[in-house]
Design a protein. Structure first.
Length: 206
């Protein structure tokens, strides 16, 4: 199998999961693994389900353990992607010799008195260095060699993972095309003050 798309969902984001899954276009050589972290998801045609409880890092590890693809790609359950995301990243990974490839983000924010998520401000959100948690396709063997994500981390598990990735000498590249839509909203992990504290601790560690 070529690529396993790992989608972690918890109770608060269950209503958004369908949008995320419908945006992911897979071939018969790919799969979607939904990790229900502390909630219940009924398995359906088109994806497999793993149930677990714990940190986001632990949930990601459990999803990758259940995955069969030689490439791993994470997509958050409250985000969505362009249909060509998998094929574009896989082609870049296969023809460049990189160990991981990421794409640019588009950031989606609710504005005004928009009902639900029907109104957005969309703006380019490029990243010059490898830090994204999602929208990054990497070789499964890298995850195995690095011992996966650190289960004990409540925040910044990917930042820690990429620090170890770079320290081990692995190489990554950026596909400068916006293929991932990042939904930023109040209450998301990226807005928590504890995130910056965790990041500072990881910076000091490495």
């Amino acid at each position: 199998m070529r690529c396993s798309v790992v989608v972690v969902v918890h109770q608060n984001y269950k209503p958004l999961l369908e949008t995320a899954l419908n945006s992911i276009s897979i071939s018969r050589d790919d799969e979607i693994v939904v990790v229900a972290n502390g909630c219940h998801i009924t398995p359906a045609e088109g994806f497999k389900v793993v149930h677990c409880e714990g940190t986001l890092a632990h949930a990601c590890n459990e999803g990758i353990k259940a995955a069969e693809g030689r490439y791993i790609l994470r997509v958050d359950s409250d985000d969505w992607v362009e249909p060509e995301l998998i094929t574009s990243l896989a082609a870049e990974l296969e023809h460049t010799g990189y160990d991981a490839v990421w794409c640019d983000y588009m950031r989606a924010e609710q504005v005004g008195d928009g009902n639900g998520w029907q109104s957005y401000v969309i703006e380019p959100y490029p990243q010059d260095g490898l830090e994204h948690a999602c929208g990054v396709m990497f070789k499964r063997g890298i995850w195995e060699n690095l011992g996966g994500y650190d289960d004990n981390l409540e925040f910044q598990e990917s930042f820690d993972f990429w620090k170890r990735f770079k320290k081990a000498g692995y190489k990554s590249g950026r596909l400068s095309v916006p293929l991932y839509y990042y939904r930023k909203h109040p209450g998301s992990m990226s807005t928590s003050p504890a995130r910056e504290c965790a990041r500072a601790m990881i910076e000091a560690k490495y």
